[in-house]
Design a protein around this ligand. Structure first.
Ligand code: MG
Length: 253
């Protein structure tokens, strides 16, 4: 049978409309059916309301943080009076310093800068350190074009684990450490039942990812755990180099 072309075009358009209506109707039926079959999953746990915390400025302390150094005041530190406060930062001097308060599980933020003028090399260049619980050192070192052993450079868990990458800025430039630490646990007999773990960002880059700490930091002996209280003071190391610190805050977890 022969139809003129305008009739053919109309027939084709009707067919297209019928097919698209059929598809739309099928989709509608499917969605109605699935709405009846699929149910929302809930865990059944009655979670408490999540606490609201003002996050503050980027890099700055959130409202629930304990500010350990705000650029002016080192009164939260034993020995802080021996370090030199200047222009919103503090310079290491004379001795290691410890927080007056003890901490266990925590999130720690701090900013540091190695001396702009390069002096010394290897471990003798811009050396300091963050000793979490006063026992487990996250190394601070000028690791910008400065060769040393990998597990002794900036971002290393000293003598235990090198950082995943070296993201050290140039001498004199400010750098950030953001550390998430879970403290080790010991039973009543002093036996280790859970090691410490650390996750850490250096200048915003992941350098330690849930690393299982092997024990107390030592220069001369292999790391090993010795039982200690669940909270201990944080320590910043004086290693004869003039390292600067600013914006130090901590959140207990
Ligand atoms: Mg050190």
């Amino acid at each position: 049978m022969f139809f003129p072309s305008h009739v053919m075009q109309r027939l084709f358009r009707y067919r297209t409309l019928i097919v698209s209506d059929f598809i739309a109707a099928t989709l509608l039926i499917c969605s109605l059916l699935s709405a009846q079959i699929v149910k929302e999953y809930t865990s059944g746990i009655q979670w408490p309301e999540v606490k609201v915390v003002d996050p503050g400025q980027p890099g700055g302390p959130p409202a629930d943080a304990i500010v350990l150094f705000d650029g002016k005041d080192m009164s939260k530190w034993n020995g802080g009076e021996d370090w030199i406060i200047k222009d919103g930062y503090v310079i290491t001097d004379k001795r290691d310093i410890h927080t007056k308060q003890a901490f266990g599980d925590c999130q720690l933020h701090l900013e540091w800068a190695s001396p702009e003028k390069i002096e010394g090399d290897g471990q003798g260049r811009g050396n300091s350190g963050v000793y979490i619980m006063g026992l487990y050192e996250v190394q601070i070192l000028d690791s910008y074009n400065n060769s040393t052993y990998p597990d002794g450079q900036a971002g290393a868990i000293y003598k235990e684990q090198p950082p995943m990458v070296n993201v050290c800025r140039k001498p004199g430039e400010w750098q950030t450490y953001d550390i998430i630490f879970s403290a080790p646990k010991f039973d009543e007999q002093g036996k280790l039942i859970k090691p410490a773990y650390i996750t850490m960002l250096h200048n915003g880059v992941l350098v330690q990812n849930h690393f299982e700490i092997l024990g107390t930091t030592s220069w001369s002996e292999p790391p090993k755990y010795t039982a200690h209280p669940p909270k201990l003071p944080l320590m910043l190391q004086f290693h004869d180099n003039k390292v600067r610190y600013r914006n130090i805050w901590i959140c207990e977890l």
